[in-house]
Design a protein around this ligand. Structure first.
Ligand SMILES: [Zn+2]
Ligand SMILES: [Zn+2]
Length: 256
């Protein structure tokens, strides 16, 4: 398809327990749509020390099979599409060293940051829950910046996941600070397509006006959790409306 995304680095698999469809189905749908580069970035497993078992991500011991499966399919479909494997990860210092050890051992290609939590998910809070607490938006911005400084992440998924409903001036101040730092580090910001199709609070106009002003690199991510998300032309076009409206600097190469 002519006017559709050519590279998507934000794809989940059934392993995270809240996505469905086989990798092969995602790949074949992507090929049908004319996508040239497809990256799998399932939710990174966390090495919980307290016996907690997550219901929204794979376990650490499932990661090798995840990488192996996608590498095999990458070989099989290599003449039609380029396949990459990585993770969507929070930056949580408590887990990060061990996670990066795993990431390197498995020979993964890339990481994107999706800061759904800044402490473990079993303690919360979820970044997307409504808050008027200025401390929370500040902490979100601080943690994202600190995580990006590790140099591991290729882009920031749904930067506008934080759902701060306090003073507009605080939102603007903190998110401008975020965008300026991301620009300095040359980190693209993602317009999240499933946020649109799922009717979530992101992408939000009040955020995307800021990268337009700051001049950030911007990327579109399908954040596919099912095969239908891979072929969602209508909401891809809705994401493109943000690009046009705020004159955003759209890229699709993350240097893989
Ligand atoms: Zn996410
Ligand atoms: Zn995601």
């Amino acid at each position: 398809m002519k006017n559709y995304i050519k590279a998507n680095y934000h794809t989940h698999t059934y392993r995270c327990q809240h996505a469905i469809g086989t990798e092969r189905e995602y790949i074949e749908a992507a090929i049908d749509m004319g996508i040239k580069k497809l990256g799998f970035s399932d939710h990174i497993p966390c090495p919980y020390k307290d016996g907690y078992v997550s219901g929204i991500r794979m376990r650490m011991d499932e990661a090798p099979e995840y990488v192996r499966t996608i590498r095999k399919l990458g070989e099989e479909y290599r003449d039609q599409i380029q396949i990459f494997v990585g993770f969507e990860a929070e930056y949580i210092p408590e887990f990060f060293t061990e996670q990066m050890h795993m990431f390197k051992n498995l020979g993964c290609d890339y990481l994107i940051m999706g800061q759904h939590f800044w402490v473990s998910e079993n303690t919360g809070p979820y970044t997307g829950s409504v808050t008027e607490d200025e401390g929370r938006i500040r902490q979100y911005v601080d943690t994202v910046i600190e995580g990006m400084k590790t140099g591991y992440f290729k882009y920031l998924a749904h930067p506008d996941l934080i759902n701060f409903q306090g003073l507009d001036s605080v939102y603007d101040w903190e998110m401008t600070r975020l965008c300026e730092e991301m620009k300095e580090m040359d980190i693209p910001l993602e317009i999240n397509v499933i946020g649109i199709s799922g009717g979530k609070h992101y992408p939000t106009e009040r955020f995307w006006e800021i990268p337009g002003r700051v001049g950030n690199k911007v990327i579109i991510g399908l954040d596919a959790h099912c095969v239908d998300n891979m072929v969602d032309v209508e909401n891809y076009e809705n994401a493109m409306k943000f690009v046009e409206k705020y004159n955003l600097n759209l890229v699709d190469d993350i240097g893989l």
